[in-house]
Design a protein around this ligand. Structure first.
Ligand code: ATP
Length: 357
């Protein structure tokens, strides 16, 4: 049973509190990503999970058993967890097969069993046929697969991965993403993955925990985190967002700087805020009226800039006393100065607590 329960985790380095009251539940076979900017505490959380660090408060349970608590931490080798790092750390003097077999040799499995398992896992990561090569004869992506295979071959119930794709070029990273996800589904291993790349997190995860300053800001499925961020930090971190200061004039109704009003949705904790920021994703704003019956806000605007980006046109539009970022369909012909109508569905306008300055 690899159901992970992290409750109230605190960690200090010296007098600096790097994790504050971190709580997360991770279901068996789930792919969970710890996401956040550099220094937010995601690697520390992973190292606590692995047993390399001991918490100063709170606990980690796996399958009901306490593995980490102050003064009572089970060592890494007794956790049935595998770990994959950013630096592949494969042994250069050993062949691919020897690298992968190493953990099984240590565990003194018999030779036939080792050979079978090594062959199976190399096929799973797409390295069959390369058993006899040395790491120096492999690309970065292939070396990272050796590292993955080495962790998978010992059949961990949980695999912890710390930015495993960040040394690969953009194209290979995308391909490895698809392969990692497929591998996770096929093996049924619980993956806990650390990255600062929001696109990677969205592509891979069943759920994402967004970290900032040692705290979990939001924990949920990618779509929920992107479309209904809990606060402005999450809204900003997950992608481009327009942030319009506004004043409340009624339930869910807010007046913008230019005097226009918007109907919005409001997060539970933010209902009734007198001053709010309305967060709107650029691609949620339509430039031409669409008569599909969805409840929409309408704002008149004028194109300030339109940049063709291939799959879309990235626009700056003057409207409501602000400059709005809008992503328009690539087939539209848009010129600076052109008047346009903006249509914004109500459920895409999220009224939020302004950030403390
Ligand atoms: P990155 O993406 O840069 O690895 P992160 O979110 O994984 O960032 P952590 O490595 O968890 O961040 O670090 C959280 C904070 O704790 C940082 O401010 C870091 O400087 C500090 N820290 C990490 N390890 C130690 C340590 N061994 N001693 C002192 N401070 C540490």
């Amino acid at each position: 049973m690899a159901h992970i329960v992290i409750r109230g985790l605190d960690k200090y380095f010296g007098s600096t509190r790097v994790l504050q009251d971190v709580s997360l539940e991770i279901a068996e076979k789930e792919f969970v990503t710890l996401l956040g900017p550099s220094g937010c505490g995601k690697t520390t959380t992973l190292r606590l999970l692995a047993g390399f660090l001991e918490p100063d408060g709170g606990e980690i349970r796996v399958g009901g058993e306490v593995l980490s608590a102050p003064g009572a931490t089970v060592p890494p080798e007794r956790r049935r967890m595998g770990m994959v790092f950013q630096s592949y750390a494969v042994w250069p003097h050993m062949t691919v097969a020897e690298n992968v077999a190493f953990g099984l040799r240590l565990a003194r499995l018999d030779r036939r069993e080792i050979d079978t398992r090594v062959a199976r896992v190399l096929a799973a990561v797409g390295l069959d046929g390369m058993e006899g090569r040395h790491p120096g004869q492999l690309s970065g992506g292939q070396q990272q697969r050796v590292a993955l295979a080495r962790s998978l071959v010992v059949e961990p119930s949980i695999l912890l991965l710390d930015e495993p794709l960040s040394n690969l070029d953009a194209k290979l990273r995308e391909r490895m993403r698809v392969e990692l996800k497929a591998l996770q589904r096929r093996t049924g291993i619980t993956f806990v993955y650390v990255t600062h790349d929001q696109a990677e997190a969205m592509a891979l995860s069943d759920r994402i925990a967004v970290f900032h300053a040692g705290r979990v800001q939001q924990y949920g499925p990618p779509r929920e985190i992107y479309e209904r961020p809990a606060n402005l930090f999450v809204a900003d971190f997950m992608g481009l967002v327009n942030k319009l200061p506004a004043r409340r004039v009624g339930p869910g109704r807010y007046q913008l700087a230019g005097g226009e009003e918007l109907t919005t949705v409001v997060n539970d904790g933010d209902a009734g805020l007198a001053e709010a920021v309305i967060a709107i994703r650029p691609e949620a704003i339509r430039l031409a009226p669409l008569d599909d019956g969805e409840a929409c806000n309408r704002l008149p605007g004028r194109i300030a800039e339109a940049t063709f980006l291939g799959n879309l046109i990235d626009c700056q539009v003057e409207a409501a006393g602000s400059l709005l970022r809008v992503q328009a369909e690539r087939r539209m012909l848009l010129e600076p100065g052109q008047p346009v109508d903006l249509e914004i569905p109500v459920r895409e306008c999220v009224a939020m607590r302004p950030e403390a300055s």
